[in-house]
Design a protein around this ligand. Structure first.
Ligand code: IFM
Length: 465
């Protein structure tokens, strides 16, 4: 057995988001998820929308005790733009929301849990989507910055770790390329514009944070999924290079290095996809330095060179490659097609070290999905046995530990997620939590993995073969 010990002060906890946990009680505006679910419930697994979910709005005190029960010293959630801001044009806050978030964050702090707060987790206020097209519009960039300033002003005394966006590429993919987020458009040029506008919104929020001389740190959270090939043939390596450029570096480079890769710009020009760009926007991107990066990792991307002709009428990154299922891969039996590749964590860490100045980063989401049936019912002691999750988590942490030994500047790990939460069109199809949410009663049922995590967090170490 080997003991793996992590650096002093390492963050251990979980990540969630406002919209996936709070419920809609007392929310002042709808988000696109509320209206999309109302209009098209059939798009959601078992037609479950974001209205009820974990009811954190009413149950946060009880939940903070559960965080303690599994040993968290930190926790990430997000503020909902559509809850905090009463007047979306001026950024004036809603007092009920200020009171709720203040009480929630204070409760965590009083219990020794550091809150980390994200500003945008796919949840555009519906009226801004309908009136302006959401992040299709430059006007909405300005509104986002006003919202960010209100959040900094309202909670800056409590929050010392801010995040601008979680997985900013996902609303681009879902809303503008592959039809799994509202507004369900398929338009490569608009996708690029939305991606660029989000990057500008991020940069201007970071600059506002600096101008307001807020205490603490600000960063962003990206889902960085490395691309692996069939084998060493050149055309496959080239395919992986393009996948990396389009899916990872399109946000990682402007947000961390403060410039776009020249090759990416050439591709966009070649396909007539260049967005509208103002000089002051590029200046904002160039000067918005982040303090840290959050990395979300679930599965590796497997690609091969394109063999079939590209047959879509609009541009997607797949123009440059085909997805590929690794015939010798290991897959999560509780979630189809999820390849398990713990060494990807090591590769991500090396990439940050070698190509991104080894800036401080944390594993902001690592999630091991199981469906409810495979987790089974609670055992005699009232605990659900999800030891599968623990064994996989150990394998990933061994790789993270190896990376830290080799110089990675990683300062924490947050598992996705705390209590099983609602997850977009999948609603509750996949379970990730330390606690099961009983959808009928709202009861939180502990899982065995939480007991292991508590000892990990308390000793800052674990043992494995
Ligand atoms: O539920 C999502 C979360 O909102 C973003 N990262 C992936 C999770 C699981 O799919």
């Amino acid at each position: 057995m080997t003991t793996y010990t992590f650096p002093q002060g390492f963050l251990w906890g979980a990540a969630a988001s406002g919209i996936q946990t709070e419920g809609t009680k007392n929310k002042i505006h709808d988000s696109i998820w509320d209206t999309w679910h109302r209009d098209n419930p059939e798009r959601f697994f078992k037609e479950i929308g974001p209205a009820k979910v974990c009811e954190t709005y009413d149950r946060y005190q009880e939940d903070v005790q559960l965080m303690k029960q599994v040993g968290f010293n930190s926790f990430r959630t997000s503020i909902q733009w559509s809850r905090l801001i009463k007047d979306l044009e001026t950024g004036e806050p809603c007092q009920d929301a200020v009171a709720f978030y203040t009480a929630y964050f204070e409760e965590m702090i009083a219990n020794g849990i550091t809150p980390m707060v994200n500003l945008y987790h796919f949840d555009m206020p519906a009226v801004l989507q309908e009136q302006y097209g959401g992040f299709e519009s430059k006007h909405v960039i300005g509104l986002f910055v006003k919202y960010a300033e209100t959040a900094f002003k309202s909670f800056g005394h409590l929050i010392k770790h801010w995040i601008t966006f979680n997985e900013p590429i996902v609303p681009v993919e879902g809303g503008y390329l592959y039809d799994f987020h509202y507004p369900c458009k398929k338009d490569g040029k608009l996708a690029v514009q939305v991606g660029f506008n989000i990057t500008v919104a991020h940069a201007k929020a970071v600059l506002a944070f600096r101008e307001m001389a807020c205490e603490g740190h600000i960063g962003t959270v990206l889902n960085l999924t490395p691309s692996y090939t069939r084998d060493d043939r050149e055309e496959d390596k080239q395919a992986a290079h393009y996948a990396d450029l389009l899916f990872n570096r399109s946000f990682l480079d402007p947000m961390v290095l403060n410039y776009y890769p020249e090759e990416l710009c050439q591709i966009l020009k070649h396909h007539d996809l260049m967005p509208e760009v103002a000089a002051e926007e590029m200046a904002a991107i160039e000067s918005a330095k982040v303090d840290f990066l959050g990395v979300n990792y679930y599965v590796p991307r497997r690609v091969k060179a394109r063999e079939a002709e590209y047959d879509l009428s609009y541009f997607t990154p797949e123009y440059y490659f085909e997805n590929y299922i690794n015939p010798t891969g290991r897959f999560n039996p509780y979630r189809d097609n999820n390849e398990i590749l713990p060494t990807a964590i090591y590769d991500i860490a090396q990439n940050i070290k070698d190509n991104y100045g080894n800036l401080p980063w944390f594993l902001a989401e690592i999630g091991i999905a199981m469906d409810e049936a495979s987790e089974g019912e609670a055992q005699e002691d009232g605990v659900i046995d999800d030891s599968f999750r623990t064994s996989l988590m150990k394998e990933h942490l061994v790789q993270l530990h190896r990376a830290i030994d080799d110089g990675a500047n990683c300062f924490g790990v947050h598992q996705w997620t705390f209590i099983d939460n609602w997850s977009w069109t999948n609603s509750f199809k996949r379970r990730y939590g330390f606690f099961r949410l009983d959808l009928e009663t709202g009861q939180r049922i502990p899982k065995r993995h939480g007991q292991w995590f508590k000892s990990l967090a308390q000793s800052n170490s674990f043992t494995a073969d």
